[in-house]
Design a binder for this molecule. Structure first.
Ligand code: 6R9
Length: 648
């Protein structure tokens, strides 16, 4: 185990030689991108095939009365055609998707030519069940190639997909379907992960008891397990597919037509439908995928995310396929059937670029070096991480053991809202510092502000804001433009507030320190404390709940819940277990509380606001440092909370 972490790793020689973007090119291009964005984007937009090339670059206003973000607005294109059709003349027989099943014996290779057929067939199947341009289509899918076909098929006909991660509960599905008035759902009979089946269709059926507006459900057969079938509403994909032909020209879409909605957690209320549009998102996805991974066609690239998250959208589907890449889709989990699965997959498919999450790295590091070293990993040349800050110890293990010090690591900081990477090294250009996301992507202007919104200069810490728009920026919160303003532009007028804290060091490198709002990051999954609280208080025995995060060795953050029960109800281990189960049912397994502490009272100010700062300290086991408690209505509650803290 390496305890002293290298403080700065220069770009390896072979990288500075081969990379498309070296240090000088990065400096030059970055300068141009912020000083003359018109010229920069006029060049970069050419990476996309436009039906009508845009003449306009950007038109952006972040003010309350006129909040709009337009990029390439008079351009016309189709995202699916960019990911599929345009590669056919030269790359018809190249592999577009390598699918690796949960069972190591299951895999498939889909060429661009086959993808073209599959996507057109899928698109016509969607039309056959009544989907039209502009309709919202909900996807609740396992990690099978059909998930990518379905996304691309929506894009092809101009429908807007809303993918829901397969780990969400029926209630969460219902909420998301209702929020965007989606009339169509695509799912599978069951999913398979880590040797277990996931009742996808059964969850959809339950969700649709609540969400009434759904007209049609299209179902893929994955396991052949027995599932419910509602006549008139449900359709087997293989039946519909038999009846349609392959002719399906891509729908011409305006650059600012919606491409997808993706729900994500914020600090208040229910999850927000983050809306991305077509032109800017595609330019951003393609550009960042190419530069961040120094990608060249023919290379085998594996992003281990699920398509239910934004990382899966941008860096499994849209970015790589726009660039004609071979993208790997993995159905399983990193530890099944054994803790060497990732490295077995790397060797099996000769993966050259591996992009995963710190939580996976920490989980695998626990099994030691042996499972890694059992496999050659010779094909690897670049590693990446995303989703949460990576601690230098995990970074170093990834670098030294997994990558044998030969592979740079790109630690990419970004958000569902940003569409793609905003702060990240470029492997041929950027010296690395373990734990730092390093430098901004082209066109991105990060800054630090204090609580009052004053800009902070030099080496210091503060709240991370972005001072100008980039093409991949979200355009609105679906159906709630006001909330879009309140969430991102009201805190610091004129600036995009990320919700993250950061430090800038003496070299101008960026270090993301984590959320400064009430958003948790559990195993790289975003979760609002408010969501968990509202799930808890929906239980009949719960009067009040406050949820905070605490540092967790593998998950990054764990979920600690303070729960006040109704009069006459006593806390017990059974009730604790029931509440955990209740939260799983309401939101999904990713929200399972790690600790539940029954508390007769919560620390509140005299105006009734819960003082989370104190609860966080208790959950973190830092009693000596509770800070000022004199503003509390009843300081005695703190003693009780400290005395009854749960071990984490
Ligand atoms: C892509 C994605 C966004 C939040 C973000 C931040 C955290 C993501 C990170 C990182 C430190 C990185 N985050 N990447 N923190 N270093 N490289 O994860 O999107 O699910 O919306 O989460 O994740 O806190 O604000 P999303």
């Amino acid at each position: 185990m390496a305890d002293d972490f290298p403080s700065r790793l220069p770009v390896p020689k072979d990288w500075s030689r081969r990379a498309k973007i070296g240090a000088d090119a990065y400096a030059m291009k970055y300068r141009q991108s912020v000083e003359d964005p018109e010229a920069f984007w006029r060049e970069e937009l050419k990476r996309i095939s436009w039906i009508k090339a845009p003449s306009q670059i950007s038109d952006v206003s972040w003010t309350k009365d006129d909040l709009h973000i337009h990029w390439f607005a008079d351009g016309v294109l189709n995202a699916c055609a960019n990911c599929v059709d345009r590669h056919l003349p030269e790359c018809k027989d190249d592999i577009a998707i390598i699918w690796e099943g949960d069972d190591p014996a299951d895999d498939a290779r889909i060429t661009y030519g086959q993808l073209y057929d599959e996507v057109r067939r899928f698109a016509n199947a969607l039309k056959a069940i009544g989907v039209k341009k502009g309709d919202r289509v909900t996807l609740y899918m396992p990690m099978v190639p059909e998930a990518a076909y379905a996304m691309l098929a929506c894009a092809r006909i101009g429908a807007v997909h809303s993918v829901i991660f397969g780990g969400f509960s029926p209630d969460s599905i219902a909420g998301r379907i209702e929020d965007c008035q989606s009339e169509f759902v695509i799912t599978a009979d069951e999913g398979v992960r880590g040797g277990k089946t996931i009742p996808l269709k059964a969850n959809v059926d339950k969700a649709l008891e609540k969400a009434k507006g759904v007209k049609a459900v299209l179902m893929i057969r994955r396991t052949g397990g027995k599932v419910g079938f509602t006549e008139g509403r449900d359709h087997w994909y293989h039946d519909v597919a038999k009846r349609v032909d392959l002719d399906c020209p891509p729908e011409p879409m305006e650059a600012e037509d919606p491409l997808f909605i993706l729900y994500t957690s914020g600090s208040t209320g229910k999850p927000k439908g983050v809306l991305h549009t077509t032109g800017g998102y595609m330019v951003w996805a393609s550009m960042t995928h190419e530069y961040v991974f120094d990608y060249r066609p023919g290379e085998i690239y594996w992003c281990t995310a699920d398509v239910g998250w934004v990382t899966g959208h941008t860096y499994i589907v849209y970015g790589p396929l726009a660039n004609g890449a071979t993208t790997v889709m993995f159905e399983g989990v990193p530890t099944y059937p054994g803790p060497d699965r990732m490295w077995a997959v790397v060797d099996k498919h000769q993966i050259e670029i591996l992009y995963t999450a710190p939580t996976a790295i920490r989980a695998l590091e626990r099994f030691g070096d042996e499972p890694v070293k059992k496999h050659s990993r010779k094909s690897l040349r670049l590693l990446g991480t995303v989703g949460e800050p990576i601690n230098p110890a995990a970074w170093t293990w990834y670098h030294e053991v997994v990558g044998e010090k030969r592979c740079p690591i790109v630690d990419t900081w970004w958000q569902t809202e940003t569409g793609g990477a905003l702060i990240t090294p470029l492997p041929g250009a950027t010296d690395l510092k373990p734990g730092s996301a390093t430098t901004p992507m082209f066109g991105v202007k990060p800054a630090l502000v204090d609580a009052e919104g004053n800009f902070l200069d030099g080496a210091t810490s503060g709240n991370l804001v972005i001072t100008g728009s980039w093409p991949g920026q979200m355009r609105t919160v679906y159906g709630d433009h006001q909330r879009f303003f309140e969430t991102y532009f009201a805190t610091y007028p004129g600036l995009y507030f990320t919700g993250d804290g950061a430090r800038r060091d003496e070299d101008g490198y960026w270090w993301i320190t984590g959320r400064v709002d009430d958003v948790l990051n559990v195993s790289g999954h975003r979760l609002g404390t408010a969501e968990v609280e509202s799930a808890l208080v929906s239980h009949k025995d719960v009067a009040e709940a406050a949820v905070v995060g605490f540092p967790h060795d593998v998950k990054g953050q764990g979920i600690y819940c303070f729960v006040t029960l109704n009069q006459g109800v006593d806390g017990s281990p059974e009730l604790s277990a029931e509440l955990r189960q209740h939260v799983r049912q309401e939101i999904g397994p990713i929200a399972t509380p790690d600790a539940i502490q029954f508390a007769p009272g919560l620390p509140k100010t005299r105006s009734g606001k819960i003082m989370r700062r104190i609860l966080r300290k208790i959950a973190e086991n830092e009693f000596d440092n509770l800070g000022d408690v004199t503003t509390l209505a009843d300081p005695a509650v703190v003693d009780d909370l400290v005395a009854n803290r749960k071990n984490t």
